[in-house]
Design a protein around this ligand. Structure first.
Ligand SMILES: [Zn+2]
Length: 368
């Protein structure tokens, strides 16, 4: 064989090898489509498939027509297609009544006085009509043939404690639960809790000490998820969720997600180490906890937060622009896999640099 031919063959082996040799299921969170044409989307999705991504958690609002259009193209690229739609955060919408929004310990509604950021319009999980709204909205999208699953997000309360890495950004010291970030104290929640336990939560000096009050709120979210799961499963579709790390060490404590009780098909913990001022070893610890909490019965895909601009990382003060550097990505994937994760999920492919993709393609073709 001539040297040139050997080189050409070698080039093709390297270029196409990744597609065949991928050993780790990798998903990606993505939003769109913006103004992209069908052809542009096809190129984008095909590229991701070639790089080793097997499925997309795709966010395109709540309109079925968008998912129908994008789903067809995603399927042409031979990827799984999950509709990624926030649950408890809802913008002003004629179908959602202002009185359904969650109320904090100071009596302020998340509709007109959201915590932390202006989009934190959390709805209270204790309104049957709101559940019906969600069931209808998710149901319409689950009915689309190209949709493989519903991916829940913001399926939680507002952060009663922010992740440690975000305190400086918001100028807060969150050494305990403060009433302005603690939800929900709407009339219905207060009355239902009183009827259930005899406790008037509004008269309690430190509600964070009342275990039943915590459980009451975990259960409201869990019930909502499990009802949605039943509906989605009845349509023979999957349902999964982006969750906070843990559940015990973080998710329950800061956003009241007792997600090990959720009857869904897969869990995507956002193991965003920089938000917690942690390194890649912590990602492994979180995966270990998640897998153990689920008794290894459901797949856990370790959510990895990628740094969009590694060169500016050191000078960047906003943790939301931090994230894994190319030299950390292999360790993040290895830690996840060696601690029981079924795969990983990238936040986001758009943040991945050329260097990241090189590391990624190698890391996902290894045995762990
Ligand atoms: Zn409420």
């Amino acid at each position: 064989m001539s040297r040139l031919l050997t080189l050409v063959l070698f080039y093709f082996m390297v270029s196409f090898n990744t597609y065949k040799d991928v050993k780790i299921p990798c998903y990606a969170w993505m939003s769109g489509p913006g103004k992209a044409t069908d052809a542009e989307l096809k190129t984008q999705f095909t590229n991701l498939k070639r790089k080793g991504i097997i499925g997309l958690m795709y966010s395109a609002g709540q309109e079925p027509e968008k998912y129908r259009r994008i789903g067809k193209i995603v399927k042409e690229a031979d990827l799984e297609f999950h509709a990624w739609i926030p649950t408890m955060i809802q913008n002003n919408n004629p179908k959602i009544k202002p009185e359904w929004y969650a109320v904090n310990g100071l009596g302020e509604s998340a509709l007109d006085k959201p915590a932390y950021v202006n989009y934190y319009h959390f709805v209270c999980p204790n309104h049957e009509e709101f559940y019906q709204y969600l069931e209808e909205m998710y149901g319409r999208i689950a009915d689309i043939p190209e949709v493989d699953g519903i991916h829940l997000d913001y399926i939680r309360y507002p952060d009663v404690i922010l992740a440690r890495g975000l305190w400086e950004k918001y100028g807060l010291v969150m050494d305990r639960e403060y009433p302005q970030f603690d939800y929900c104290y709407c009339d219905k929640c207060v009355a239902d809790f009183k009827a259930k336990t005899g406790i008037d939560i509004k008269s309690v000096e430190d509600p964070s000490k009342i275990e039943e009050w915590k459980q009451f709120r975990y259960d409201l979210i869990t019930n909502m998820v499990n009802r949605l799961a039943k509906m989605v499963h009845s349509k023979n579709k999957q349902i999964n969720a982006a969750v906070f790390p843990g559940p015990n060490s973080i998710a329950k404590k800061i956003v009241r997600q007792e997600w090990d009780k959720w009857n869904i098909d897969a869990f995507f913990p956002m193991n965003y180490n920089d938000f917690y001022l942690e390194g890649t070893k912590w990602i492994g610890e979180m995966c270990k906890e998640s897998v153990a909490a689920l008794n290894n019965a459901k797949p856990v895909y370790s959510g990895l937060f990628i740094c969009p601009d590694p060169e500016k990382r050191a000078k960047e003060s906003d943790p939301e622009n931090h994230g894994l550097l190319p030299e950390e990505l292999e360790a993040a994937i290895r830690e996840s896999m060696e601690n029981g994760a079924a795969g990983v999920c990238l936040f986001t492919p758009d943040r991945m640099t050329k260097e990241d993709w090189i590391v990624f393609e190698k890391a996902i073709s290894m045995d762990y």
